[in-house]
Design a binder for this molecule. Sequence first.
Ligand SMILES: NC(=O)c1ccc[n+]([C@@H]2O[C@H](COP(=O)([O-])OP(=O)(O)OC[C@H]3O[C@@H](n4cnc5c(N)ncnc54)[C@H](O)[C@@H]3O)[C@@H](O)[C@H]2O)c1
Length: 315
Amino acid sequence: MTRILICEKLDPICAELLRAAGFEVEERTGLTPGQLPEAVGQYEGLVVRSAVKVTAELLARAGRLKVVGKAGSGLDTIDVAATEARGITVLSTPGRNANAVAELVLGFMLALARHLVPAHNALRAGRWEKSRFPGFELAGKTLGLIGFGAVGRRVGSLARGFGLDVLAYDPLLTAAEIETGGARAVSALTDLLAAGDFVSLHLPLSPETRGLISREVIFNRLKPGAFLINCARGGLVDEKALAEALAAGRLSGAGLDVFENEPLAPDHPFLSLDNVIITPHLGASTAEAQTNVARAIAEQMIEHFRTGSGGGRAA
Ligand SMILES: NC(=O)c1ccc[n+]([C@@H]2O[C@H](COP(=O)([O-])OP(=O)(O)OC[C@H]3O[C@@H](n4cnc5c(N)ncnc54)[C@H](O)[C@@H]3O)[C@@H](O)[C@H]2O)c1
């Protein structure tokens, strides 16, 4: 019988569907990084979310493994080259959590524009500081999206509802594809950076995109006073430069869900900046998104083991 290991906490629908399809499923979410390599050799299928890193070393211990299923998008936690070298298929669920991430992006934008976090904190501390928090409206402002896939598109659609002018830069799409998705296509990244009152990142982390939002971009390319939102991946941004730019007022604020090193170090400069809102990688953490990705990865794995296909692979 085909054995599948679910090694991170997932909506129970994943195990239910796999068992109903006749697989033997073990949910072992408490395995330590030392225990996982010991265990992984017993399974044909492995299901992960975002915490477990599927490395070449782990795969070397996984002699029976045929499929790795990621209940989420972004394959930066999986050594895809090593899976390919071993003939292991990687499945993932791009787009199934897009709305959850997009709503968090809009949440950051609204909270930054209206000082929701500092105003809340001041009032809880007993200070009624009505004149300290003048805000601005999103309507009429410009939002620049870097990456116009499932999440970027959904953010664009929600933002248009708030009356923002939405620009998108995505070198892997044609201008016509971007316009069909409802944004104005920008062919040069520098033009988007210069125009955005808000710039939001929605591209994968890869060797090519690592550090895309560099010190040069932060201090010389982004519009002075702009807001940066990152709900994609931490390695896309030079965090040190970003913290300096926020402290100096070069940028007005940032909403950040992802970081170069997670969990965030307790002395990280973002933790002491009032114009930053940070969340612990919550982008896909809604009940709906977790059910969607758990169901989708189970369906793809069932399909794959039955027919050798199943799709869902994403960058
Ligand atoms: N915070 C979270 O919990 C969370 C949840 C889901 C996704 N994500 C991240 O959000 C990002 C987008 O996810 P998605 O589901 O929309 O992925 P997607 O694959 O649907 O879209 C990514 C888009 O980025 C574009 N792209 C690639 N290289 C680019 C470049 N150099 N410049 C601009 N665009 C580029 C691609 O053409 C594609 O259209 C990924 O990094 C993913 O890991 C984070």
